[in-house]
Design a protein around this ligand. Structure first.
Ligand code: ADP
Ligand code: MG
Length: 621
């Protein structure tokens, strides 16, 4: 097979362009990236060798060897991991498969300074080699295959692939260093970089220089070492490696379970939101090891989906080494581990929430909406989850817990009041909360789609029902000190109000379920609410958006008897010929309430005609 010339995927070319022109100060991270890839490749080989020992029989000592050559100005990084065949070379080194990197490229602005700071957050994997080399050769042979392949590129749009000779399996990367990158052919410099960034790598990283080879790193899986011997920097570097992340871990949890089950877990909560957090797949990201051998990163049974923001590893002493990924389903040992680890993580979060509330608020902004999924998925841990919840509320700008809410409840208040919507600022202005605010009754403002689902599942917190202020009667009369209560006596005579309401009902007909006087309004003239047994209005809108619901239930129009407009309208009721005009008002008020809900008007034309006619009459008077 002759040499093939191919073009990089457009995204790769853009990435390479930035890397090549980068003034990125931390060029040395290229080595961490390449060693990290080598380590992943060795992990994958070890896993395959569990069932196919022949794959490593001829060369069982798995390692990475760095060979600097000052005279040639090259650095060679060789691993005897899984290797790559022709198609894998083309695919893995010619396109961007990893979602994080793809997202990185999408975010590139063309502004070099901004783009450089992005690189710091994402890392660019293999392509970082072009920060220090103007020519990169990769010679790879896949474990179990005979043919080796050479991939080469100068990082300028194209690469070549051709058959090659290579003695054993694995991947050898030869970097032809740039004139200003000769330091990476210095043994001393390599030693220092490996110690800083790659000490935690579980396989030996060896330096071949001056006729001898020695190991640069500790080469024991980081999690097997005692906590007291691991520095914060080492934990962070391990996190970067295992999570493909570049932020600081927000929380690091390293613990060893010894009992009926023996396992070590080293888990991290990221400080930044990972991009796939709300993907419907809800992919797990904690790697499962069995006695230091990597098994899978894709084990949905290891942790509940609502903890998918966790990164890190769990290393079991008890699972059989030859465990297949299929065997992991419905495995009782795994289920037990999941329970224990979940409990542990939740109790650490509770500690943070208590001891460092401001720090916890940062976690909550990133992952609160995900944690809420646990409320309806995980009955077993619901009691542990409820105290971790935080909400925005009418009481201020900060976050509130259930506990704080309950402590602030007014005399006579039994329920925890909530309102759901898409936008916090709009929720704060909802007419439905006016009466609650006037009485000093706090309302939780909920803006995560998931809120509509956990609330009905949970129902109550410590016997205080969760009650939507946009559904059913407001029952505000029972709450608060009667003497100190704000003036609630209607300005509208009772009889006139009843007639007005009757007339509104008649005019609106089938457009509403009912019209009634409201005690939840103070400033607004009208609002819409759902009937007690119907779906909450926001949920209904959500379901409609997702085409889960064809028809909407009819709403109740509530009118504010204390509002001057309603009082004036009520005073008109008995006048001759007022019925037609009041009918227009009924429709206008209904449409106004719909607009306040953020809903589309069913007939904007009719709304405009009525508004124009009412305005005109107002001017004529
Ligand atoms: P990532 O490591 O995040 O997947 P990289 O750009 O670092 O992204 O690497 C791209 C892909 O190239 C890897 O996912 C892997 O499939 C392949 N690869 C890179 N280096 C090696 C290696 N030393 N051995 C085997 N495969 C490798
Ligand atoms: Mg990588």
């Amino acid at each position: 097979m002759p040499q093939e010339k191919r073009s990089f995927q457009a995204e790769v070319s853009r990435l390479l362009d930035i890397v090549a022109h980068s003034l990125y100060s931390e060029k040395q991270i290229f080595l961490r990236e390449l060693i990290s890839n080598a380590s992943d490749a060795c992990d994958r080989l070890r896993y395959l060798a569990l069932t196919e020992p022949g794959l490593i029989a001829d060369d069982p000592e798995i390692k990475v060897v760095l060979t600097p050559d000052k005279a040639q100005r090259t650095l060679t990084i060789a691993d005897n991991g899984i290797g790559m065949n022709h198609d894998e070379l083309v695919e893995n080194l010619g396109t961007i498969a990893r979602s994080g990197t793809a997202r990185f490229v999408q975010q590139l602005s063309g502004d070099q300074r901004k783009d450089m700071s992005l690189i710091g957050q994402f890392g660019v994997g293999f392509y970082s080699a072009f920060m220090v080399a103007d020519h990169v050769e990769v010679v790879a042979r896949k474990a179990g295959e005979e043919q080796a392949w050479r991939w080469t590129s100068d990082g300028k749009g194209e690469f070549t692939v051709e058959p090659a000779e290579k003695a054993g399996r694995g991947t050898t990367i030869i970097l032809h260093l740039l004139a200003d990158a000769t330091e990476y052919a210095e043994p001393v410099r390599l030693r220092q970089i490996v110690k800083t960034y790659s000490d935690h790598i579980a396989l030996p990283i060896r330096l071949a220089a001056d006729g001898k080879e020695d190991t640069l790193n500790t080469a024991a899986a980081l999690w097997t070492r005692p906590r007291s011997e691991i520095t914060a920097d080492q934990y962070r570097e391990f996190y970067h490696h295992v999570a493909h992340a570049f932020d600081e871990p927000w929380l690091t949890l390293h613990s060893k379970a010894e009992g009926t089950l023996e396992y070590t877990s080293l888990l991290f909560v990221p400080a930044a939101k990972p991009f796939d957090l709300f993907d419907p797949v809800r992919k797990p990201h904690v790697k499962l090891y069995v006695r230091r051998v990597f098994i899978t990163e894709d084990c949905a049974e290891l942790l509940p989906a609502y903890l998918r923001f966790l990164r890190g590893i769990v290393d079991s002493e008890d699972l059989p080494l030859n465990v297949s990924r299929e065997m992991l389903q419905n495995n009782p040992m795994l289920a037990k581990m999941r329970g224990q680890i979940t409990k542990r993580v939740l109790s650490e979060l509770a500690k943070k929430a208590k001891d460092a509330p401001e720090d916890y608020a940062k976690f909550w902004e990133n992952f609160g909406a995900v944690l809420k999924e646990g409320l309806y998925e995980d009955h077993e841990h619901r009691d542990q989850l409820l105290p971790l919840m935080r909400f925005r509320s009418t009481a201020g700008d900060g976050l509130v817990s259930f506990e704080e809410y309950v402590a602030r409840m007014k005399p006579g208040q039994e329920a925890i009041y909530t309102i759901t919507g898409d936008d916090l600022e709009l929720l704060r202005k909802s007419p439905q909360i006016e009466g609650y605010r006037a009485k000093g009754v706090e309302v939780l403002l909920l803006t995560d789609a998931i809120d509509e689902f956990w609330m009905p599942a949970v129902g109550a917190y410590e016997a205080h029902a969760l009650k939507s202020v946009t559904r059913g009667a407001a029952d505000l009369a029972k709450i608060g000190d009667a003497e100190k209560a704000p003036e609630t006596r209607p300005d509208t005579p009772v009889g006139a109000l009843a007639s007005l309401i009757a007339l509104f009902k008649l005019s609106l007909g089938e457009a509403v379920k009912d019209v009634r006087s409201s005690d939840r309004l103070t400033d607004s003239a009208v609002c819409l609410v759902a009937d007690e047994g119907d779906l909450d209005m926001h949920l209904e809108r959500l379901l409609k958006q997702h085409r889960q619901l064809a028809a909407t239930a009819k709403r109740i129009l509530e009118v504010n008897p204390r509002h001057p407009l309603i009082a004036r309208l009520a005073a008109m009721v008995d006048k001759d010929g007022a019925a037609g005009e009041l009918g227009d008002f009924a429709w206008l008020l209904l449409d106004q309430a719909r607009i306040l809900e953020g809903e589309q008007l069913p007939d904007p034309g009719a709304f405009a005609r009525r508004l124009a006619s009412v305005l005109e009459r107002g001017l004529a008077a």
